[in-house]
Design a protein. Sequence first.
Length: 218
Amino acid sequence: MERAAVFDVDGTLVDTNHLHVTTWWEALRQAGHRVPMHAVHRAIGLGSDDLVAHLLGDDRDKDQDAELSAAHKALYGQYFDRLPALQDAGRLLRHLDHEGWRVVLATSAGGAELSALRRAIDADDAILATASADDVEEGKPAPEPVEHALELAGVPAERAVFVGDTVWDMQAGSRAGVRCVGVLCGGIPRADLEKAGAQAIYDDPAHLLASLADSPLA
């Protein structure tokens, strides 16, 4: 029977969470919003619209949302040519592909940003498909991104594992009915990931690769 290994990208396979924190903080600052960086960090992993709503609340000037998103995109885009993959991220995907797993990415990134992330991972030969922000109506923590990834893989939830680094990832995977694996390289505490549904937690892709025999991806 086929199996699916679904991966978040930012903070899970590519070391970009703190770049997002800095560029979102700057986009918000330029628009006159004082939001502490720790709050921005906790919101990383949400899609742009949901992130702005989470940080600024429902009483914000919603006409400004698109401008904030565009400002963040422009600031973050300066790093597209040097996004750093986390150690062994590509090797992990290739190993799973070699072992018969259908590897699918589920990410809030799309377009040029997603292309830059895939270049950083440098494992396109192991990636079957990508469920991006462009493909779903609701992003994480809604289950739709993970469910769409499973559709692309042609694999039921009970035969799938989702690997991510944020609370939003764990909530999305749990709601989609898949086993959830957390990684700490995105900067979210172990206890928060466990509370959100992580069944196993590793430091980073290299740690997961070294521990595969005893992991949910065995």
